[in-house]
Design a protein. Structure first.
Length: 129
């Protein structure tokens, strides 16, 4: 039987990394009690590029009290993702990070709060099951 390879949990790996670097709460679901500033990260899908690589599509949303602060927080988060190229994240090695949708300023459709969002594709190594 061939070796079974699986993807590490990209959300579980990114949450502490971004939280420690940004100094704001980083979550995978919007909390009921919303902090003034926070970042949400979610795997939106992706695919296997070759037998040993996973291309994880990641969505990132940054909320703050002002559009300017949301922009700074979102752009900082994007820069932190790009800084992962060539490094270990969790148990995996990050080969590349590609911007799919760059930082976009908008208002949250549910709350009208200032928000910055972007999508990136992180290519990283699969792990033995």
């Amino acid at each position: 039987m061939a070796e079974v390879l699986i993807s590490d949990d990209i959300e579980a790996a990114l949450v502490p990394y971004l939280r420690d670097q940004l100094g704001v709460p980083v979550v995978t679901r919007v909390p009921h009690e919303r902090p003034a500033e926070f970042v949400r990260i979610s795997r939106l899908g992706g695919n296997r590029r070759i037998m040993i690589q996973d291309q994880a599509m990641v969505g990132v949303w940054a909320w703050a009290d002002t559009l300017e602060r949301a922009s700074i927080l979102g752009r900082h988060a994007e820069g932190l993702l790009f800084a992962l190229e060539g490094l270990r994240l969790g148990q995996s090695f990050v080969y590349s990070v590609v911007s799919i949708v760059g930082p976009t300023m908008t208002a949250d459709p549910d709350t009208d709060s200032p928000m910055c969002l972007f999508n990136a594709q992180i290519t990283w190594r699969l792990l033995p099951a």
